[in-house]
Design a protein around this ligand. Structure first.
Ligand code: FES
Length: 167
């Protein structure tokens, strides 16, 4: 019956449970150093990855696509087209006799389709009254925080060609 007798006055569970709660939270110098080295290594690898990606980043090459013929639309009128894919809707506006501008039709706020208002000579979004400049696509009013992506146009003969997108 020796197993019933204890050697000290401490409860039996304290004698048998060898790790103290206070010691569980104790961090050794070695553990701290290991944590700092691994964290620093992780951050270094992450930054290296960002650097390598930025060095090898290539701007997308957009296709060249005929969007209208010169004189096809009257001054102050628009033509809708898609560029560079069938899902990317754009708007072409003839602002003067020899001047055309084009922008993505997707509002930079919540993606509603913008339209051209001839009276106010600006692109307007009907959803939250976001207005964009026809000259450069910049935000004139409303919740959008970014300008409309501009479709770069080139005139070749009597064709107006979309060649690039400037965000
Ligand atoms: S979606 Fe165009 S202003 Fe909100």
């Amino acid at each position: 019956m020796n197993w019933l007798w204890r050697s000290s006055s401490e409860p039996l569970w304290k004698e048998e449970f060898s790790v103290r709660t206070a010691d569980e939270r104790y961090v050794t110098r070695r553990q701290l150093t290991k944590f700092l080295v691994l964290t620093s290594l992780g951050m270094f690898v992450g930054n290296l990855w960002i650097l390598v990606k930025s060095l090898f980043y290539k701007a997308p090459i957009y296709p060249q696509q005929s969007v209208a013929r010169v004189g096809e639309i009257p001054v102050g009128s628009v033509k809708l087209f898609t560029y560079p894919t069938k899902d990317d809707h754009c708007i072409l506006v003839r602002t003067a006799e020899n001047e055309h501008v084009s922008y993505s039709q997707k509002c930079t706020h919540l993606s509603c389709a913008v339209y051209y208002s001839q009276e106010s000579n600006r692109l307007e979004c009907p959803c939250h009254k976001g207005f964009f400049s026809i000259a450069d696509g910049s935000v004139l009013q409303g919740p959008p925080s970014r300008p409309l992506p501009r479709i770069v146009l080139e005139k070749r003969g009597d064709e107006i060609i979309a060649v690039d997108i400037k965000v």
